[in-house]
Design a protein around this ligand. Structure first.
Ligand code: SAM
Ligand code: DTB
Ligand code: SF4
Length: 336
């Protein structure tokens, strides 16, 4: 064992208090060293951390619904909903409340405990549409589900109104590290994103914030993303790790696929630097084998999106995922 990185572990897994594992000062060097550990060491350490805070057999199922689709004024290079690109997505105005609540009920009946509504907006604007979203949040909360929204930038007042309506979480991804960000999006800044995250936190709504792999970023950009996320205090309660869904017509439509082991490394590293967070194996599962997904769960992922569609792109369906979890001996997290 002499000389093994395991002996020189920088993860203080044997310290007596679990609170010692919660740090907000991870350096890029430390994060990179964890990320690049030999896979058995990385997964073992991720498991040690994971088992302190989470039931390793439980996977939360969440269902997404695009409540307002396409025609977005932002130029995010990965996104089929941006008005800048011809991706073939059909635009759709904000859905009716009843339709959305019915979809949430169905999601609940299919085992999801969290329902996430996405809108292709740059930012929320006051007015009847925002009022409608607030009503959706109220009614879906009454179904006993966690409710998450991702609606673009928010003011503090808007975040407070969402909190009053009962919103559990707000999703707002940083997507990548600060240096690479401007290569992917030019219509808003990293700082804009951080500002919205502050508003969400201040309003008392939990934070869902993660990123995307496979956009042409370097390892340093992924490490920098994890550093920024882990320096948020408290850590985001929810950290989605997406693999780019390559959509024809978007500038990133022809990027090479992400190496599955890189997804596993990213999830394990997120798990170690943010021990309490729910790490979500998010977009990109239609192209992942059962074995890759199994390794992601070993690495500390404990949530997936359930249902045939993400927002606009396909996702493995419910029966496929039931088989996946059964095969791996995992069970969906029950309602709280
Ligand atoms: N417009 C809002 C925003 O950008 O915050 C909310 C909806 S947006 C579609 C939500 C998130 O989906 C983005 O932040 C991005 O991380 C993710 N996303 C979008 N297109 C994706 C793709 N092709 N592959 C993987 N993730 C994607
Ligand atoms: C997140 O990180 N991934 C989800 C959710 N948050 C909103 C969205 C994935 C979108 C994938 C592309 C699409 O379906 O349009
Ligand atoms: Fe618009 Fe969100 Fe897509 Fe960016 S990711 S183009 S903000 S819908």
């Amino acid at each position: 064992m002499v000389g093994s990185p395991w002996n020189n572990s920088i993860v203080p897994h044997l310290k007596p208090s679990p609170e010692d594992l919660i740090r907000h000062d991870w350096s890029d060097e430390e994060i990179e060293a964890i990320h690049n550990l030999p896979i058995p060491d990385l997964l073992f350490q991720a498991q040690l951390v994971h088992r302190r805070y989470h039931d390793p057999q439980k996977v939360q199922l969440c269902t997404l619904l695009s409540i307002k689709t396409g025609g977005c004024p932002e130029d995010c290079a990965y996104c089929p909903q941006s008005a800048y690109y011809e991706s073939g997505v059909n635009s759709q105005a904000l859905l009716d409340t009843e339709e959305v609540v019915e979809a949430a009920r169905q999601a609940r009946d299919n085992g999801s405990t969290r329902f996430c509504m996405g809108a292709a907006w740059r930012e929320v604007r006051q007015g009847p549409e925002f009022e409608r979203v607030l009503e959706m949040v109220r009614q879906i909360r009454e179904l006993g589900l966690e409710v998450c929204c991702t609606l673009g930038m928010l003011t503090l007042d808007q975040a407070k109104r969402l909190a009053e309506a009962g919103l559990t979480a707000y999703n707002h991804n940083l997507d990548t590290g600060p240096d690479y960000y401007s290569r992917i999006i030019s219509t808003r800044t990293y700082q804009d994103r951080l500002q919205t995250l502050e508003h969400v936190r201040e309003a008392g709504v939990t934070v869902c914030c993660g990123g995307i792999l496979g956009m042409g970023e370097r390892l340093q950009d992924r490490i920098a993303l994890l550093r920024v996320l882990s320096h948020l205090n408290p850590h985001p309660e929810s950290v989605p790790i997406n693999s780019l869904v390559r959509v024809e017509g978007t500038p990133l439509g022809h990027e090479p696929p992400v190496d599955p082991i890189e997804i596993v490394r990213m999830i394990a590293t997120a798990r170690i630097v943010m021990p309490k967070s729910r790490v979500r194996l998010s977009a990109g599962r239609t192209e992942m084998s059962v074995e890759t997904q199994a390794l992601c769960f070993v690495a500390g992922a404990n949530s997936i999106f359930s249902g045939e569609k993400l927002l606009t792109t396909p996702n493995p369906g419910i029966s496929h995922d039931r088989d996946l979890l059964a095969k791996l001996g995992l069970t969906p997290l029950e309602r709280l």
